[in-house]
Design a binder for this molecule. Sequence first.
Ligand code: GLU
Length: 272
Amino acid sequence: MTLATRDEIPAATRIVVKVGSSSISGDNAEQIGLLVDALATAHARGAEIVLVSSGAIATAIPFLSLDGRPTDLATQQAAAAVGQNVLMWRYQTSLDRYGVLAGQVLLTAGDLENATPRSNAQRAMDRLLALRILPIVNENDTVATHEIRFGDNDRLAALVAELIGAELLVLLSDVDALYTKPPYLDGARRIDHVAHGDELAGVEIGSVGRAGVGTGGAETKVSAARIAADAGTAVLITATPLVAEALAGHDVGTWFDAASEGRTAEHDAPLA
Ligand code: GLU
């Protein structure tokens, strides 16, 4: 089913939710609770939910006594190894309140580009969802190098939505919607709805979010939204504290229509 409007979100059967580093690390680590509340509510009504979570590197910063996000690759890789572990522990501890089990899925760009690892990843995700497990996906930062990265987790989330044939992708960050210009500027207006193929002419897309701990911004969200929409997945961009409203279909954030002809047959095809 292609979702046509926010009103249809409460009936969506397969949803990918992506959350950015600054929303769930540092002082915002407590937002994991409200995020999990919303995911567990959707899970309890029978929806299949996948969480794409950034924040491995950001979560490690205090544990490794770093001043900020490390800039060299080796320290980023080491930080991701430490932070991913802490992050999964935090998610599972919160999910325990609902009796929901998380499954960690770490992917590299090559895993989704090459047929065999791609179909392995697809099969594993399908089985996790059939087992009612909540997969939590991140880039496998410990082995990813600058040359072979997804770029950012917004893109990873769009590719995961495409991989599993999700009806909806929700991109969560610190900003509640896309605006006609950076939201701190006078006269910035919320963009409610983006039709498929709308080039957003005249919109000033900048980088948003708390600088320093993550890598995404409005620009990466728009390009991820386009990848997902082209593949037949509707997209909602909003702020992490609004996740419950978003999943209940309320009028929050910016909605991107999916291409009506977008859904590929890949997801339904027999696995190699
Ligand atoms: N994979 C990175 C992490 O978990 C974040 C990438 C991003 O912010 O897009 O720290």
